[in-house]
Design a protein around this ligand. Structure first.
Ligand code: UDP
Ligand code: MN
Length: 600
């Protein structure tokens, strides 16, 4: 009896311990699973269940892995042939027959494209640090959307193939080619058949009328079923491991849009190369797309995504949820133009953020020229710009209108829906965007262009009969000093009128050619070169007190040899009289404000 009781007690103990452990285990397991599925999107702190010990959550939530597909990388490295590894390629004389006809309708060397494999290898030109970078193990799924209007068939297929081959299969749900009413025969059944036979993740949808790039992207987004939308142009090539760097920032915060680095596929040779080491997207007040330099903190972390005020346009990733919260694109934007500004302003002003990811690279064919006929819709770009300006730019819209007064007469159409979005999402004013995100834009692209710091002849003090003279010369030619023409009664010939502009360059008046010094040595020549308005070789400052023209960031002074009539720069010397110049008309107020005007 006692023995039985003991056994019974033992059983009860064992089974209750088992039950307790099972319950505990199940709970931990379920929470882990839940975190796995959801933490990526909503963040561990928002999931509304009792959290595990912090280190457990971090382990699951932030687990990072190496996403490289080494099999694919190895196969790519072994490829040889025409245009492989992104090497420049050429047509033989015999092949040249198709060159002109195909060039004309595409604006690039489409005949050459046909000789290069659809699945060619491209060079891995990422920053070295990208090769060892790990990304979250849990990443969302992707629909890639590629609108196209009369894209050449091999560049279109190469876009699709590069995406399929260089994306982790379980992340890539689909590629949707949106045929914007193309007239090339391949765009219809032959394309559908090719995709069904060769690229099963890729499908085409055919729009019944020409809708333009913006509405074609919207149509693709409506058909998409994945958590992330990635938009690409129809003549692009995705590079190694392009996807995880685009997805991770969105996984961490769904109100994020991420752009890849856009590489150059050369329109003539299909060579694949970088365009630069990255820059922040911007615009001038005619709405030309411009770029701003990276910030010091961006330069310190060359593989980390950096904030960018506006996207270049065609290539970006955004969560489906955020895209539709923002109302997608404004459907009133016609054909193309302004949509990159509309979406960028909306993202920033309505609580989102935008990044460029240096470790994600996609090549793009920048055409030699746009081959498409005007769709006969008048100034649709102007109308688009007006829509964007009216809805998003508040008082800053006037700076566009100042330069393009006729925009004021264009009918932007109905803006009610767009204004409702701005109201509903309580989006911030454009001023906030300009002051916090594009804060350095006005220095390079001032809304109202300042006048000149000074204008007129530049006369030497040691030899007051001599003036700087550009002598009607041209790029790369050395200039000198010559007798001042304003003194002469017999009308000497010369070119002695200069402007010190807000770009802080010294221009031959009325021309866009600038005084330039590229030689770092003492007594370096002054030459002429087309103005490029940046620091360095063309930077000049006038010191009113000392009467010096200081050149460059490491200043040397404009100087001359009156005997030889040579003009040069050399290290500044307080006692030198040949370094002193009288500048005919100087705007003293502007010069006093030197630091706050143009580039610093
Ligand atoms: N596109 C379109 N419909 C249009 C104009 C353009 O679907 O009415 C597509 C085009 O095929 C390309 C993308 O939109 O995939 C961007 O256009 P494009 O490449 O001509 O612009 P670019 O890169 O030259 O600025
Ligand atoms: Mn393009």
């Amino acid at each position: 009896m006692r023995r039985n009781l003991k056994t019974l007690l033992k059983y009860i103990l064992i089974s209750s311990v088992t039950v307790v452990f099972t319950v505990l285990f199940y709970r931990i397991f379920k929470t882990r699973e839940y975190l796995k599925d959801n933490a990526v999107f909503i963040g561990a702190q928002n999931i509304g269940i009792e959290p595990l010990a912090p280190q457990e959550i971090i382990l699951v939530d932030n687990e990072k892995i190496d996403w490289h597909d080494y099999g694919q990388i190895k196969r790519d490295l072994k490829r040889t042939g025409r245009g492989e590894q992104g090497k420049p390629e050429y047509l033989s004389d015999k092949e040249n027959q198709e060159y002109d006809a195909l060039y004309k309708v595409n604006g690039f060397n489409a005949a050459l494209s046909d000789k290069i494999a659809i699945d060619r290898a491209v060079p891995d030109i990422r920053h070295k640090g990208c090769q060892t970078k790990k990304y979250l193990k849990n990443l969302p799924t992707v629909s890639v959307i590629v609108p196209f209007h009369n894209e050449h068939w091999t560049t279109l297929l190469r876009t699709a193939a590069s995406v399929v081959n260089r994306s982790p299969p379980h992340l890539l749900k689909e590629v949707i080619l949106v045929d914007d009413f193309s007239s090339k025969p391949f765009s219809k059944k032959p394309l559908d058949d090719y995709l069904a036979a060769n690229l099963t993740k890729v499908r085409a949808i055919h729009l019944p009328e020409r809708s333009g790039l913006i509405r074609a992207r919207i149509a693709g987004a409506k058909a998409a079923t994945a958590e992330i939308l990635i938009f690409l142009d129809s003549h692009t090539e995705a590079n190694i491991n392009w996807l995880p760097p685009l997805l991770e920032p969105i996984a961490q915060d769904y109100k994020t849009c991420v752009c890849p680095f856009i590489d150059v596929i050369q329109y003539e040779t299909f060579e694949y190369r970088a365009q630069d080491e990255g820059a922040r997207g911007a615009f001038d007040w005619e709405f030309f797309y411009k770029r701003l330099p990276l910030l010091p903190e961006d330069l310190q972390h060359p593989t980390e995504p950096f904030k960018s005020p506006v996207m270049a346009g065609g290539l970006f990733a955004i969560s489906t949820k955020f895209f539709w919260e923002l109302g997608g694109y404004d459907e009133g934007l016609d054909i193309w133009g302004g949509e990159q500004y509309e979406l960028s302003f909306k993202i920033w002003q309505c609580g989102g953020q935008m990044y460029d990811a240096p470790c994600s690279r996609v090549g793009h064919i920048y055409r030699k020229y746009a081959p498409f006929p005007n769709p006969g819709k008048g100034d649709f770009v102007g109308r688009n710009y007006r829509r964007v300006a009216e809805v998003w730019m508040d008082e800053y819209a006037q700076y566009l209108y100042m330069r393009r007064p006729h925009y004021k007469n264009l009918d932007p159409g109905n803006l009610t829906k767009q204004r409702e979005i701005r109201e509903r999402l309580q989006c911030k004013p454009f001023k906030w965007f300009m002051e916090n995100i594009a804060f350095d834009l006005p220095l390079k692209y001032p809304p109202v262009e300042p006048g000149d710091f000074g204008v007129g002849e530049i006369r030497n003090l040691a030899a007051p009969e001599l003036c700087v003279d550009s002598g009607f010369k041209d790029r790369d030619q050395v200039i000198a000093v010559a007798p001042c023409i304003s003194d002469s009664k017999n009308k000497l010939k010369g070119e002695q009128n200069f402007t010190l502009t807000w770009h802080k360059d010294l221009r031959v008046k009325g021309k866009s050619i600038c005084l330039d010094v590229s030689d770092p040595n003492d007594k370096a020549d002054v030459t002429l070169y087309p103005c490029h308005g940046s620091k360095g070789n063309q930077y000049w400052k006038y010191d009113v007190e000392k009467q010096w023209f200081l050149h460059g960031g490491n200043p040397r002074c404009l100087d001359c040899d009156p005997g030889q009539k040579r003009l040069f720069v050399r290290s500044c010397d307080e006692n030198s009289k040949t370094q002193k110049w009288r500048f005919e008309n100087v705007n003293l107020t502007m010069i006093a404000d030197w630091e706050n005007i143009g580039i610093k």
